[in-house]
Design a protein around this ligand. Structure first.
Ligand code: SF4
Length: 205
C-alpha cells in the first residue's frame, strides 16, 4: 500500500482516497498512480501509526518538501494530517505543503484552520474556475453552488495563517476564464499557477 511516494524531487503523502469533488481533469480518472509509482488506491485508510512508520521507513535522502496530496482530498483527514505534519516538523526540516480543494469548512466544519499555524508552510488551493457556476461544472463538488465561496473564504483565512498560499487552475477551462481567475486571485493577493491539463499522469505536479 503506497502511503508515501516520490515525484520530481518531492515526497508526497497519500492518506485518503476520499474526496467530495469529481473534477473533470482529476488524474484519478487516468490510471492508478503517477509516474512509475505503485497504485495510489489504498487498501484501507492508514492510521496515524501506520503513516508515521511509513514515513520513518521511507528513504528521504535529497527530499526537502512533503506534500499532502495523493489520490484523494487530504483535508478529509485534517486532524490526522496535522498530527503527522507536527511529527514531520519536529523530526525533520522539511517544508510542508497541502494541496487541497479548499472545502474543509464543508468537509469537516469543526476543523480550526488556526491549528495549522507554525506547522504548515504552504497551502495550494484549487481555484479551478472564476465563478460559482463554472466551478460547479469543473469541480462537481457534492456541496453544490455554495462550495465556491466557501473555498474562497478558506483561502482568505489561511492567507493570514500560513506563510505561503497559492491558487491553481488547470488549462482545461477557456482562456478568458483563466484571465478572470487571474483577476480574482490578484484581487485576493494570492498568486495563481496555471497547470497544464495532463492525461498520462507522467507530468503531474
Ligand atoms: S479535488 Fe483533487 S482528488 Fe478530488 S476530484 Fe478534484 S482533482 Fe480529484
Amino acid at each position: 500500500m503506497t502511503i508515501f511516494y516520490e515525484f520530481e524531487g518531492k515526497l508526497y503523502a497519500n492518506i485518503t482516497n476520499r474526496c467530495p469533488c469529481s473534477c473533470i481533469f482529476c488524474i484519478r480518472k487516468n490510471g492508478d498512480s503517477v509516474a512509475d509509482n505503485d497504485s495510489l488506491w489504498l487498501e484501507h485508510e492508514p492510521s496515524y501509526e501506520e503513516i508515521i512508520k511509513a514515513f520513518d521507513d521511507f528513504d528521504k535522502t535529497g527530499l526537502h518538501e512533503l506534500v499532502f496530496c495523493g489520490y484523494g482530498e487530504p483535508m478529509e483527514r485534517a486532524d490526522v494530517l496535522l498530527e503527522v505534519a507536527k511529527y514531520v516538523k519536529q523530526t525533520t526540516d522539511m517544508k510542508i505543503r497541502i494541496n487541497t480543494n479548499g472545502l474543509v469548512d464543508f468537509i469537516n466544519p469543526a476543523f480550526d484552520s488556526y491549528k495549522m499555524r507554525y506547522i504548515i508552510d504552504c497551502i495550494s488551493i484549487s481555484l479551478n474556475a472564476p465563478d460559482p457556476e463554472s466551478y460547479l461544472e469543473v469541480s462537481r463538488p457534492k456541496f453544490g453552488l455554495p462550495s465556491f465561496n466557501s473555498m474562497l473564504n478558506f483561502a482568505a483565512t489561511v492567507k493570514t495563517i500560513v506563510p505561503e498560499v497559492m491558487f491553481t487552475v488547470v488549462d482545461i477551462i477557456k482562456p478568458e476564464q483563466i484571465e478572470q481567475c487571474k483577476e480574482l486571485a490578484e484581487g485576493l493577493g494570492i498568486p495563481l499557477r496555471v497547470r497544464h491539463w495532463v492525461t498520462d499522469n507522467e507530468s503531474y505536479t
